[in-house]
Design a protein around this ligand. Structure first.
Ligand code: F6P
Length: 365
């Protein structure tokens, strides 16, 4: 009996998604399976909106950014229907069966892993791949999308050095990463940022200003500050901890409303504070969705293909309920129970942090 495999992309778009769709699809087809694309994440399964991926549909997409299927951040158990959040799991199960699916492949980040576990618990065969530019999915060495975003953010920092040294300015560049600092840390090191601020190491703005002033007094009256969008000052961190303790929220960071707006506001406020404290002009660049745009790097294409073909092998062996994790040059299946709800953040004593400190980078601590 020919196996039919559904595939969807969920959460933020990311470079490498189409390379992964291609990897899963071509490998499944080589095993005689049929591939059915599901549009716009889990909502497409609720609304039964599919895309035929047979024939030539998988050709020419390896290098294409974004996702040919479309994506959304919708959750099966809390989907807006007529303006109200409703649990649509049963509709998803029904449409999975109606389409004759033997397995559903979900490409996504931390939220997608949680949603996939819920569908596993509802009785569906699911296999997931770890996708996000944030690199914060647990139990995998790396996620596809991260390397491309790292290159984009590093190139931006390289370019921002021009105006920094020409105008003797402090350039504060906000880098994505949600609540993890991997992207800011990696790009900050690769781009030679003088200060790197990440969520995992709450900073003191006075310490940051002192580092910038020391550079200035040493003959370099300009600095690059790479700040992760989730980075917090010690005061902000303490306030969030106090507020979450008061609200007894399960996830302290959840209480931050409109994170996008707050992110930009915090970065602008930091630049203003540094201008006052150092006497140097400060300017802000918010890289935003540039970091998710365009063709994937060679490393991401390679990683997405490795993970995608490994997923096809697991499906062929009917090994479901797992995420395909990158492990060195190989891959390994990890149960969704081990992944869901976990986030991989930067350990403050991580070797990358040590290396950055080794070349004199300040973390504001
Ligand atoms: O999770 C990837 C990511 O790019 C984060 O780094 C960022 O905070 C978020 O998505 C932005 O979400 P959206 O694309 O929905 O604005």
């Amino acid at each position: 009996m020919t196996q039919t495999i559904g595939i969807l992309t969920s959460g933020g778009d990311s470079p490498g998604l189409n390379a992964a769709i291609r990897g899963v699809g071509k490998a499944c087809q080589s095993h005689g399976m049929r591939i059915l694309g599901i549009r716009d994440g889990f909502r497409g399964l609720v609304e039964n909106r599919t895309m035929d991926l047979e024939g030539g549909a998988l050709s020419g997409i390896l290098t294409v950014g974004g996702t040919i299927l479309g994506t959304s951040r919708e959750k099966p158990h809390k989907m807006l229907v007529d303006g109200k959040p409703r649990d649509m799991t049963d509709v998803i199960v029904a449409n999975y069966r109606a389409n004759g699916l033997d397995c559903l492949v979900c490409l996504g980040g931390g939220g997608t892993q949680k949603n996939a576990l819920r569908l596993k618990q509802a009785g569906l065969n699911v296999v997931t791949l770890p996708k996000t530019i944030d690199n914060d999915v647990a139990k995998t060495d790396i996620t596809f999308g991260f390397d491309t975003a790292l290159g984009i953010a590093t190139d931006a920092i390289d370019r921002l050095h021009s105006t920094a040294h020409s105008h003797h300015r402090v350039i504060v560049v906000e880098i994505m990463g949600h609540r993890a600092g991997w992207l800011a840390l990696g790009a900050g090191i690769a781009g030679g940022a003088d200060v790197i601020l990440i969520p995992e190491i709450p900073y003191d703005v006075e310490v940051v200003a002192a580092a910038i002033k020391a550079r200035s007094q040493g003959g370099k009256p300009f600095s690059i500050v790479a700040v992760a969008e989730g980075a917090l000052s010690r005061q902000e961190f303490a306030a969030q901890q106090a507020a979450s303790a008061k609200k007894k929220e399960k996830k302290p960071r959840e209480i931050v409303a409109e994170p996008e707006l707050v992110y930009a506001e915090r970065t602008l406020r930091l630049a203003h504070q540094l201008e006052k404290l150092t006497g140097l002009e400060a300017r802000v660049t918010i890289l935003g969705h540039l970091q998710r745009g365009g063709t994937p790097s060679a490393a991401d294409r390679l990683l997405a293909t490795r993970l995608g073909t490994a997923a096809a092998d697991l499906i062929r062996a009917r090994q479901y309920g797992v995420m395909v994790a990158a492990r060195g040059e190989a891959t390994a299946p990890v149960t969704l129970e081990e992944v869901a709800g976990q986030a991989k953040t930067v350990p403050p004593e991580h070797p990358w942090v040590d290396s950055a400190r080794g070349v004199g980078t300040s973390f504001g601590d």
